[in-house]
Design a protein around this ligand. Structure first.
Ligand code: CA
Length: 665
């Protein structure tokens, strides 16, 4: 512990809490104002540079102390494009740091940049608006580099793996790729893996580097490696905005993955500015490590909470971001999450911006007194407009997330029928005193695959055909599958398990979330943790959308169907009451009915739904409730509303390993 640590306690916050929104560098034709929050420093100096990394400072300016531990320097000059950092003198120690409140930076984020943000807007950005909300949110999780790194994406080479790839239409391939593909698929939201400035890769280095980006450096600046010029601080800002604008034009909203729970290194710009304040510590002074990434940010302290809330608001306002996914939300507080919900609702309208996160943390972490961790067990303390990933839904459908051979309902798991029916109502039918009982299915994110762990396809390959993947820290000393063709072969039983998995989570109440490429059997060749694996392994391989056209069209149908079914997309607190007649028919066979009536005018024509899942290797027969039913989805088709009325004698034959949905007018 350095001797200059601030001694944090509540009194510190009472004395120094600063709520004005003018920290950072504000640059206009009238001049440039630099302001930092740096209590108990003896001296703060501003250094100005002509570039982002190499040259010596051309000016050094003394900052003037002001209220609540802030320091200010006002220049009459228009310093747009000037790079800067600070030296902070505290108890005889001098620390150099970039500005944690910076909204622009140079190469690798080591120096901040003063920016006139009005100059970074692409043409028409002032008029850019999010497309209208659809009846349902279909969230598609995507990494910017994965999206267009494949030459078969058809994207010009200089835009591959970059923000600008999203601005490309009709990429010259014989089949739709990139944004054209997303439009056809019908997803409503793209959730982008971290796109703020992260630290792991060298922005000046090779394009063959890869990282998911869960290692934040500059929270309020876009990552440089996704831009065509990481040296010029304006380019990444403008190109990131062009990406958002292009997605909006395509009718797709944009969600940003935010990692406020830890910093790339404990020695972050925040911590350099106020040592001892931003990192969470145990009583003995050891860094908390609930993130398993080396540090936790001390959410629950006044200026940490201000920082995070202001950062979210900044992205929403300046970049027109439509939602936020919080990494390890369990390290943040319920109080902060609810505050962010309130602030976003006040500014943009209730529920206009989506909020959700991971309701867990890697390890214990000492939370501030009087706060509650935004963990799964505290779901009832969170606003109904804050959702969480449902590991219960994920695991009951496809099996254990770390252990390849442990199956779920679709791949041979036993005794999961009742649990699966719990997933159907977004766990709202759990007993009142259950450990987990959400306030509304709006608090649930249903999914079966995400960037973490195996892709759905790989999980199914390994659990059904046997064998082990690679890069799975939970499975040491296992021999991995060596024949890679096993992952790219379209085995019939894996294909049908995949379809059934999709069918199930698309017929549960809650929000829908999918990993990019799940719809065409995306493989990472058994890589269970590809966070820094080769971009060629991680990338979306576009030609596979042709090879797996049948699976793709199955998902397309599910997406389209789901948007038409109020019985499933209703997010009101009582939506679970629509689900009735839950029934276990036999091992691997369950069904339910859903009230599908709608108050608002929609193109829905079915007042009631009957949904059945069969995970057995043979067909089964179930009894249909009385009435004339139409098949809306079966083993092969998922948007077959045009089928004739089924005139069965009240019996329904359900093929092996599939789901069926029927509608009644
Ligand atoms: Ca970076």
């Amino acid at each position: 512990m350095t001797k200059s640590f601030v001694a944090y306690n509540k009194d510190f916050d009472n004395q120094f809490r600063y709520d004005k929104k003018d920290l950072g560098a504000i640059c206009s034709k009238e001049g440039t104002i630099f302001k930092v929050w740096c209590p108990l420093a003896d001296r703060v100096e501003l250094h100005l540079y002509k570039d982002g990394d190499k040259s010596d400072a051309y000016a050094v300016c003394d900052m003037i102390p002001e209220e609540k531990g802030t320091w200010k320097f006002e220049s009459a000059e228009y310093l747009h494009g000037v790079y800067y950092d600070y030296t902070v003198t505290r108890a005889g120690e001098v620390t150099k740091t970039a500005d944690p409140y910076a909204v622009a930076c140079g190469i690798n984020g080591v120096r901040s940049m003063a920016v006139d943000l009005t100059l970074t807007d692409p043409e028409g950005f002032a008029e850019d608006k999010a497309p209208a909300q659809q009846t349902e949110n279909i969230i598609y999780e995507l990494h910017i580099k994965d999206f267009s790194y494949d030459p078969e994406s058809g994207v010009p080479e200089n835009y591959r793996g970059k923000y600008m790839a999203f601005t490309q239409n009709q990429t010259g391939t014989e089949y739709p790729t990139c944004v054209d593909y997303l439009k056809k698929l019908g997803v409503t939201h793209v959730h982008l893996l971290p796109m703020y400035d992260f630290g792991w890769l060298d922005e000046a280095g090779s394009d063959e580097q890869f990282n998911w980006g869960y290692d934040p450096v500059n929270y309020n600046v876009p990552e440089g490696s996704f831009s065509t010029d990481p040296y010029d601080g304006c380019v990444r800002i403008r190109e990131c905005k062009e990406m958002v604008q292009a997605l909006h034009k395509a009718g797709i909203r944009v969600i940003m993955d935010v990692v406020y729970n830890h910093t790339y290194e404990p020695d972050s710009f925040l911590e350099r500015m106020v040592p001892g304040y931003y990192n969470r510590r145990w009583d003995d002074g050891k860094l908390a490590n609930g993130s398993a990434c080396g540090s936790d940010i001390a959410c629950g302290r006044a200026m940490v909470d201000n920082y995070i809330a202001d950062s979210v608001m900044y992205w929403a306002k300046e970049y027109h971001i439509d939602g936020f996914r919080f990494d390890l939300m369990g390290l943040l507080t319920v109080e902060l999450m609810n505050r962010i919900r309130t602030e976003l609702d006040a500014e943009f309208g209730k529920g206009e911006k989506l909020l959700y996160g991971e309701p867990w943390r890697a390890c214990e972490s000492p939370m501030e007194e009087g706060t509650n961790a935004a963990l799964k067990c505290n779901v009832q303390l969170l606003d109904e407009g804050i959702a969480m990933f449902s590991d219960d839904t994920r695991d009951v459908v496809k099996g254990h997330v770390f252990f390849e051979e442990i199956p779920g309902f679709v791949n041979g798991g036993k005794n999961l029928e009742e649990k699966l029916l719990g997933a159907v109502t977004g766990w709202r039918d759990n007993a009142d005193d259950a450990e987990f009982k959400p306030l509304s299915c709006a608090q649930i994110i249903n999914y079966v695959s995400a960037h973490d762990n195996f892709t759905l396809w790989d999980k199914l390959v390994l659990s059904i055909l046997g064998g082990h993947g690679v890069n799975n820290e939970y499975r040491e000393n296992t021999e991995p599958v060596t024949d890679m063709s096993v992952y790219t072969t379209k085995h019939a039983d894996i294909l049908e398990a995949n379809k059934l998995a999709a069918f199930i989570y698309f017929t549960c109440q809650g929000h829908l979330f999918m990993q990019a490429g799940e719809e065409y059997g995306r493989t990472k060749f058994g890589d269970g943790n590809s966070y820094r694996s080769d971009p060629k392994l991680n990338m979306m391989r576009w030609h596979q959308t042709v090879e797996f056209a049948d699976l793709l069209s199955y998902y397309e149908g599910l997406i389209s169907l789901r948007k038409k079914l109020p019985g499933l997309y209703d997010k009101s607190a009582d939506a679970n009451r629509r689900i009735t007649d839950k029934k276990v028919w036999a091992e691997g066979v369950v069904s339910y009915c859903a009230d599908n009536t709608a108050d608002a005018a929609t193109d829905n024509v079915y007042s009631k739904l009957f949904v059945v899942y069969n995970s057995n290797k043979e067909a089964v027969s179930v009894e249909l409730p009385k009435g004339d039913w139409v098949v809306l989805a079966d083993k092969n088709e998922t948007d077959c509303c045009k089928n004739p009325v089924l005139t069965a004698d009240g019996k329904l034959t359900v093929s092996e390993c599939c789901g069926m949905m029927l509608g009644m007018k």
